[in-house]
Design a protein around this ligand. Structure first.
Ligand code: K7E
Ligand code: RUQ
Ligand code: CUA
Length: 650
């Protein structure tokens, strides 16, 4: 298995590190033709055709763009604080950012997966991963808010995540860094990687109605690095495929150690088999783990973080038929499954070809035991036995592949900075088009479903160089939209993105649009500090805690004149927006507060905690322009010295 081919590696590593400079396409205007504007123009007052959910990379957030216009519609806070929306600042959302390490109010969000029913997007939820402190989040598309965050134990860098099965049975997570299993024994020398570090795959079950997640089981596999994964579909439904690198099991990832092997692996996991083993009691209950599970409840408008300590682990080497390796050239990054589920496309980051495997041939190879050996007790299928064929000379540095639903695949090439379209059956290259520059992921709306929309592809580029007005050394990242409805791909739009975009998914607007028009009914508000109308607005003191039950409606606060607060008090503004027009939020801010502001939706209650630091008069006001009298939507709080005899009044 450990064939070494230093020369080829060295040449490619050189090309990779020289980067885009060497491969920068000439003539930046040439790819844009006359009717591009027409194709992306969405007239004032018109809606876009697609919602595109784009990862925000190191911003930790998820952004929503309209396609084809490339207009930014919203940034949904997920893993990072967002004072504008009070995310992680309001008392109701603070628990969402809790982990077993305490509050971790930032992360690195790479991948986006829309929930599916029968292999098609159902428009219910978007799942996203946290790459740094391993977590999966679920965003509810009726509220465009993060509804749940689940931490993952036995994991070190949750990159190969959150890919999902065709009925959203599972969301998976493969650890990027192998680590020793959590617990007392994990304090060991890093030199012991090979013997003791494990690559854990988590299978997170998703409740069909509520969307709630729980870890159904984990599979402990030999220590390698997992990069990406995809679920089988249709023909291959029941299987999951993970790309691996560092099969050298080196304890440093420098190329000379960790990129020596000519081939790494794609790991094929039979999750239906895993379910059987689980039923038969073959899982081992592990109870020295610690992970947080945070759920937002939209009836009480509050969230809760619970620490869990148990997980069931299946051992890949001991349980026959659970896992198989398929050799895959040169540190595969993406592994992508075509719409029929038959073809498995590997993308070696350092490769100059694309191997395409056949699920049917893989099944046959398993049946015939066409193995070239084992890797730490797991069978390695012969490369040729599973191979459908190779796309020859497609470009340099393939990363990711999406499908156009017409029998073709489009692959992104980081090193040669281009998108290349090829036919899945005969593996012939059909078209290529430059990207500006160094594309990472690409996305076709519905590109990983049974029936992709073969209208557009978006390239998410790592480097923008000269594409936008400079904004200091950190330039905007960029997305580029191409029309793929004809034989030739045509560049039609550049638009900047937030953070570093990795993956994105887009769904036809109809599938989501009307779901978010709902309103929180006041009579359904179960918040413990809800004020049902102005008659219930009040201020209460409990020891040094002052609870302000504040209501908002165009355009005043009730109460708006509060006295009797003292230094040393903790003041909780429980703001209930009693509007019942669906699009009438109000904001709330007070001078000197270090907890950001609140933006409260109609029918909802949110709480801002404020600890005044000095005596005086503190103005508070509505931050969201709401009527001609918005500037009048304001009030005062008087703060007196500790022990003062100013009575509480409002
Ligand atoms: Cu950006 Cu999916 Cu993290 Cu490829 S990964 S480029
Ligand atoms: S005032 S809408 Cu808010 Cu500064 Cu003009
Ligand atoms: Cu309420 Cu402005």
């Amino acid at each position: 298995m450990k064939t070494k081919n230093f020369l080829v590696s060295a040449a490619i590593v050189l090309a990779v590190t020289m980067g885009f400079q060497a491969c920068k396409p000439k003539g930046t205007q040439s790819a844009v033709s006359g009717n591009a504007a027409e194709k992306t123009y969405v007239a004032p007052g018109q809606y876009d055709e697609f919602y595109s959910f784009v990862s925000g990379g190191f911003s930790g957030q998820l952004s929503v763009y309209g396609l084809p216009s490339g207009r930014l519609l919203r940034v949904i806070p997920v893993f990072s604080l967002d004072p504008e929306k009070g995310w992680g600042f309001s008392e109701e959302t603070k628990p969402m950012l809790e982990t077993s390490h305490g509050s971790v109010p930032w992360d690195d969000l790479h991948h986006v997966q829309l929930s599916k029913t029968d292999g098609e997007y159902d428009g219910k939820w978007v799942f996203v991963n946290a790459n740094n402190t391993p977590r999966i989040a679920r965003v509810d598309l009726t509220t465009f808010r993060t509804a749940e965050i689940l931490e993952l134990p036995n994991s070190g860098g949750n990159h190969s995540s959150p890919f999902i099965t065709q009925n959203t049975e599972y969301v998976v997570a493969g650890t990027r860094f192998s680590v020793p299993p959590d617990g007392e024994k994990s304090d060991m020398s890093i030199e012991k990687f090979k013997e003791n570090f494990k690559g854990t795959l988590s299978f997170v079950r998703v409740n069909k109605e509520s969307g709630n997640m729980d870890i159904a089981f984990q599979i402990e596999t030999p220590g390698v690095n997992y990069d990406l994964s995809r679920a089988g579909k249709e023909a291959s439904h029941g299987w999951f495929f993970f790309s691996t690198y560092n099969t050298e099991q080196a304890n440093t990832l420098q190329e000379v150690n960790a990129s020596k092997n000519d081939k790494d692996f794609i790991l094929a996991v039979n999750w239906k088999k895993a379910e059987e083993y689980l039923k038969a009691g073959k899982g081992k209950k592990v109870s020295n783990v610690k992970y947080a599970h945070n759920v937002y409840d939209e009836h009480s408008h509050t969230s809760k973080s619970t620490i869990k300590n148990e997980v069931i682990v299946l051992n890949s080497a001991e349980l026959e038929g659970l896992c198989y390796y398929i050799p895959c050239p040169k540190s595969p990054h993406g592994v992508d499954i075509d719409p029929t589920g038959e073809y498995i496309v590997g993308s070696g980051k350092l490769a100059a070809l694309i191997p395409v495997f056949s699920f049917t041939k893989m099944q046959k190879a398993i049946k015939d035991k066409a193995f070239e050996g084992t890797f730490e007790g797991i069978p390695v299928i012969k490369y040729e036995a599973a191979l459908h064929g190779e796309v020859q000379k497609p470009g340099l540095g393939p990363l990711h592949t999406e499908f156009d639903g017409k029998g073709n695949a489009i692959t992104s090439f980081f090193v040669s900075s281009e998108l290349v379209k090829w036919n899945i059956k005969d593996l012939k290259v059909l078209d290529r088009v430059p990207t500006y520059y160094s594309v990472g992921h690409l996305m076709i709306p519905g590109g990983d479903t049974k029936s992709p929309d073969s209208k557009y592809v978006v390239a998410f580029n790592k480097i923008t160089k000269d594409r936008f007005l400079p904004t200091g050394p950190e330039l905007a990242h960029s997305a580029q939209l191409y029309d793929i409805s004809g034989d030739k791909m045509q560049l039609i739009l550049d638009f900047p993105t937030i953070g570093e975009p990795h993956y994105a998914q887009a769904v036809r607007a109809e599938k989501v649009k009307d779901k978010s028009l709902k309103i929180y009914k006041l009579e359904a508000n179960k918040h413990p500090h809800f004020a049902n109308g102005e008659a219930e607005a009040r201020v209460e003191r409990k020891g040094n805690k002052v609870h302000v039950y504040l209501t908002t409606i165009r355009s005043h606060f009730t109460p708006d004149k509060i006295e009797g607060v003292q230094l040393g008090d903790e003041v909780y503004f429980h703001v209930t927006n009693i509007e019942q027009d669906w699009d009438m939020p109000h904001g709330f801010a007070i001078k000197g507060a270090n907890n950001g502001e609140l933006l409260v939706m109609p029918g909802e209650t949110q709480t801002l905690k404020w600890v005044p630091d000095r005596i005086g008069i503190f103005p508070m006001y509505c931050t969201d322009f709401c009527s001609a009298l918005h500037q009048e939507m304001a009030g005062y709080v008087r703060v007196s010295p500790k022990g003062s005899n100013v009575p509480l009044s409002f």
